[in-house]
Design a protein around this ligand. Structure first.
Ligand SMILES: Cc1cc2nc3c(=O)[nH]c(=O)nc-3n(C[C@H](O)[C@H](O)[C@H](O)COP(=O)(O)OP(=O)(O)OC[C@H]3O[C@@H](n4cnc5c(N)ncnc54)[C@H](O)[C@@H]3O)c2cc1C
Length: 462
């Protein structure tokens, strides 16, 4: 008999007052009993809409029915047929707008907690599985992957499973992309990302770090070296700024830099001497997930007041509801309908404030959201000693500027055929944020998997 409870089995979480001062994971995960309880809410629909809502089409009712039987390894096998990073996706996918938004239970009550169950299965496997991964037999072909984020790693894993010899070239000293340098430890523990990467290495994927491609080697040189195809998964790591007065002052960070110093350079650990300003009062400009991550990280570094300065209302905020809810619970203060116009500094070039103007919402613009309009004479200054700009990122131009024949659009995104992920250069495929601009982990993974299929077809038919 299904469990007809209208509500999801709650996820245990650290108390907001305690967690806002530590970097440990906020949600602590389902116990076996909770997972069985939640899995029993799935109606195992004949025509499961949840699967169509998943960008990589995980067979969701199948993995949930394995949980109901208590076969958690069986559930893991079902998920990993479609997703190579289940512990990551179970934590950071926006399920509420994807699989869970299509769940029939969600029409009248709360949808099944698909993400929570995925996380349970992946964690169970990590903690209990002792078997060795079998390295597939080599097919004698070599492929290069540039960028070790979710798109590159997924492409590499999918090709390795088919017997390709895959080398991943990563610019940073650690693989993982945004999973390592962007998303904070309290949402996605880095040890989990590294364990997922170890699994890929066991499959035979070689990962070379500190390799800024386009500088140390070009794509054409990779072909000269015997690679038969190249996948570009270099992400969108170039931060946008407001271009307002004072953005060059000491204490202004892009969210990328601030989060990289905390995550990759471990500023949150006492034993690391990472150069970073530990602000007392900080304004984070933007309303997306990146802004929430920066604000919540600033609190955990010890800030007393953390403001999110956003020019529209809470309804228009692009961040996940869960992230906004967690940020508010922890004490982040939302300054809605406020737009920054100038960073204020002192004679030493240090930030002392952020001048803002109040806004009101007018008619909807091209995005369908109501356009914010400044209220004349409403300027005021927030007293802050740091300003973090989180208004989006664009792809880095290095690869496209060093690769003749590789076309990009006006926004700097690499142009691909969407069905195959083939670029305008023979043998070169691309996917993830480098193609779409800033998007999601699961979409990047979907693109990596699609590109692997196309690369396989290309090499086999050559
Ligand atoms: C702070 C933050 C929070 C986010 N939160 C979420 C979330 O909760 N859920 C979600 O689904 N998505 C989230 N996202 C978005 C998500 O992380 C990205 O969409 C996803 O990581 C894109 O994957 P990717 O492989 O295309 O690129 P990336 O993850 O950016 O990886 C690209 C990799 O390529 C490397 N690289 C770049 N240039 C070169 C070069 N020239 N040579 C070699 N290597 C290179 C980079 O160092 C990087 O490791 C978040 C993003 C940020 C910044």
């Amino acid at each position: 008999m299904p469990n007809m409870s209208p509500n999801k089995t709650p996820m245990p979480e650290q108390d907001p007052k305690i967690r806002s001062r530590n970097f440990d994971e906020v949600s602590t995960g389902y116990t076996e009993e909770m997972a069985l309880n939640e899995a029993a809410r799935c109606l195992n629909c004949k025509n499961p809409q949840c699967v169509t809502g998943c960008p990589v089409n995980i067979q969701i009712p199948d993995f949930i029915s394995q949980i109901v039987k208590g076969d958690y390894e069986g559930a893991y096998k079902v998920i990993t047929k479609s997703s190579s990073l289940p512990a990551v996706c179970g934590r950071v996918c926006p399920q509420e707008t994807q699989c869970e938004s299509k769940c029939v239970r969600g029409i009248k009550t709360e949808s099944v907690g698909i993400g929570r169950l995925e996380r349970f299965v992946a964690d169970y496997h990590m903690n209990n599985y002792t078997g060795k991964i079998e390295k597939p037999e080599s097919n004698g072909h070599k492929v290069a992957v540039i960028g070790a984020g979710p798109s590159g790693l997924t492409c590499a894993g999918s090709l390795a499973k088919k017997g390709y010899s895959v080398t991943v070239f990563e610019a940073f000293h650690t693989a993982g992309g945004v999973l390592m340098y962007g998303i904070p430890e309290f949402r996605l523990p880095k040890a989990i990302v590294q364990k997922e990467i170890e699994t890929l290495k066991e499959l035979g994927v070689e990962i070379l770090t500190d390799m800024v491609m386009g500088k140390v080697m070009s794509i054409d040189e990779l072909f000269d070296d015997g690679y038969e195809a190249v996948f570009v998964g270099t992400g969108a790591g170039l931060p946008n700024f407001m271009n307002m007065e004072g953005e060059g002052l000491i204490g202004v960070y892009s969210a990328n830099e601030f989060l990289t110093r905390i995550n990759l350079m471990k500023a949150y650990k006492d034993e690391y001497d990472t150069p970073i300003i530990r602000p007392k009062n900080v304004a984070v400009v933007g309303g997306g997930n990146v802004a929430m991550d920066a604000a919540r990280s600033a609190l955990r570094l010890g800030a007393e007041n953390v403001y999110i300065v956003y020019r529209r209302s809470e309804e228009e905020m692009p961040a996940r509801n869960e992230e906004i809810h967690h940020a508010k619970e922890e004490g982040v203060q939302l300054r809605l309908l406020n737009n920054p116009v100038r960073v204020v500094g002192d004679e030493n070039g240090m930030v002392t404030g952020l001048e803002c103007v109040e806004m009101e919402l007018g008619e909807p613009d091209a995005s369908g959201r109501r356009r914010p309009v400044a209220k004349e004479g409403s300027n005021f200054t927030l007293d802050v000693d740091a300003v973090i700009i989180a208004i989006g990122n664009a792809p880095n131009p290095l690869i496209r500027s060093t690769t003749p024949g590789l076309e990009a659009n006006k926004k700097g995104c690499i142009v691909v055929d969407e069905a195959t992920m083939k670029t305008t250069k023979e043998g070169v495929y691309a996917g993830g944020d480098a193609v779409t601009g800033a998007a999601t982990v699961i979409k990047a993974m979907g693109a990596g998997r699609q590109a692997a299929e196309s690369i396989d077809e290309y090499i086999m038919n050559k």
